[in-house]
Design a protein around this ligand. Sequence first.
Ligand code: FMN
Length: 181
Amino acid sequence: MTKSFVDLLRSRRSIRKYATEPLDPEMVVQLMEAALLAPSSKGKRPCEFILVDDKQKLVALSECKNFGAAMLREASLGIVVCGRMDVSDVWIEDTSVAATTLLYQAEALGLGACWVQVRERGLDDDTPAALVVRSVLGLPAEVEPLAIISVGRKLRDSRPHDEELPWEKVHTNGWNNANQD
Ligand SMILES: Cc1cc2nc3c(=O)[nH]c(=O)nc-3n(C[C@H](O)[C@H](O)[C@H](O)COP(=O)(O)O)c2cc1C
């Protein structure tokens, strides 16, 4: 049965452990269809996606920063979400929307996925993660990597978001101090 949208929002979790069983090619098509349908400012579509299923490259990408990228070693697929700075001044927003859309499409397909932040992250020696990604994938100068979405089959079910939501963050008709501690 198809999940309602709110059920999808609640069940999506960051999944960092994956089974070895590969993805069906049709799943990859559906993931990318979702990403390509994501809205972009002025419809400029500055997003570019690099699909990585080469194990050596996934390992190299997993080493683009010291923390938070290791799951790419086990992932079936890394989707490197990039933006063209020469196409849109708000490429960060547009690529973020596309990356988010990928996370929810993965959940809709029953797959596990996690956002690996690249922009503004790096190695302890100050090498930017983007520089590592750029050299592994041969990106041209105008194409800036935002994040990598790691994707694989879930090893186990994860707990849905069933916590109390922070409704105090919702303000009506202006800033409401009473909402905050
Ligand atoms: C902009 C952004 C950057 C993130 N970067 C990373 C990352 O580099 N590595 C990682 O393991 N998780 C990363 N995450 C996942 C968050 O840690 C995760 O979404 C958060 O802890 C909430 O958990 P949930 O996704 O299971 O709801 C990122 C999420 C977002 C939205």
